[in-house]
Design a binder for this molecule. Structure first.
Ligand code: ZN
Length: 336
């Protein structure tokens, strides 16, 4: 079981008092060498690769803003740019492509692209939500360009992957599932069950109440992830993993523990083994507590290499809500 990874920390993509900061990786970085995974060198994504998802005018505008107006805020999330952000975002997207290609070509069983800035909020025509380019969407399109006929993306960052959804509304070769916190006022506000009625089974939203944790996510994986993958039959699965669904993340209110992240990684790896010869690539999205990010990454690596369980013991202290009827509503909307 060979596992590879890329690491793009973007130390100069930083803004005062912003949660999406280089320090997210402070604890993880020193532990990377202990994860029994091979570091791949990465190179920036090309403009042609970025253009799989983003309009060239947006790419030009972002480059100009970084050159001429940075540092600054470019949307209300707030999303910031610095003078290096354009190059940092190209390298982050390239770091994901390097990982997904290594798995697609059979050079690794699995891979984890640990990159920032994150990507899943970035839409074809706008950067938003701490994201510049949609790294996972670009890598999925690159797999299609490499010859894949069907790629599925499962996103279990705490927030709705609105950018990835927007990129693939009418792309039949790519399926997308997002499980996320959903309530009034919670960013980005999209991701309700019936949002994409023309793409039932292919675009699946799993809105969850605050405090949904390990038990709820286990049910979601068994009763929604599984039929989603079984019906689409992807040749590779990409995971947008955000460690901000951890119960003590500073900006969200979900309830996963490190054990829950380990369970989820095992479940999606098992789905990949069952449906697509084990081809799976993990892509980091959010996660704003450095300890959670390090423990969550360890959970992914330990699941990928099949060696034991993660060390962290950080059970969710809050009671989980009952999501039985919500899960059934989603299953019935899609006909799962
Ligand atoms: Zn998030």
């Amino acid at each position: 079981m060979k596992t590879t990874y890329t690491f793009v920390p973007s130390p100069n993509h930083v803004y005062p008092d912003h949660p999406e900061r280089p320090a997210r990786f402070n604890i993880l970085e020193s532990r990377l060498k202990s994860f029994d995974a091979e570091l791949l060198q990465t190179k920036p994504a090309t403009r042609e690769e970025i253009a799989y998802v983003h309009h060239p005018k947006l790419v030009d505008a972002l480059e100009r803003v970084c050159r001429e107006q940075a540092p600054g805020i470019i949307d209300y999330a707030p999303t910031y740019v610095t003078q290096t952000s354009f190059e940092d975002a190209l390298l982050a997207a390239g770091g994901v492509i390097t990982c997904t290609r290594a798995v697609w070509r059979g050079e690794a069983n699995s891979a984890f692209a640990i990159v920032r800035p994150p990507g899943h909020h970035a839409e074809p025509n706008r950067a938003m939500g701490f994201c510049i380019f949609n790294n996972v969407a670009i890598a999925a399109c690159d797999l299609i360009a490499q010859g894949a006929e069907r790629v599925a993306i499962i996103d279990y960052d705490a927030h709705h992957g609105n950018g990835t959804q927007a990129a693939f509304l009418n792309e039949e070769r790519i399926a997308f599932l997002s499980a996320h916190q959903y309530q009034r006022g919670f960013y980005p506000g999209t991701g309700w069950i019936d949002e994409v009625p023309h793409a039932k089974k292919r675009i699946v939203n799993v809105p969850l109440p605050a405090r949904a944790g390990d038990k709820v996510y286990e049910q979601v994986a068994e009763r929604i992830f599984l039929p989603f993958v079984a019906s689409f039959k992807p040749q590779m699965i990409l995971i947008s993993v955000g460690f901000d669904a951890h119960w003590n993340d500073p900006i969200t209110m979900l309830g996963l523990s490190t054990a829950g992240y380990f369970m989820l990684a095992q479940k999606v790896i098992a789905l990949a083994e069952q449906y697509c010869e084990g081809k799976i690539g993990f892509v980091l999205e959010g996660g704003y507590d450095p300890t959670n990010v390090a423990n969550g990454a360890e959970a992914v690596f330990v699941a990928a290499t099949g060696r034991g369980a993660p060390d962290a013991n950080d059970p969710n202290p809050y009671e989980e809500p009952d999501c039985e009827s919500r899960i059934e509503e989603i299953r019935s909307w899609h006909g799962f």
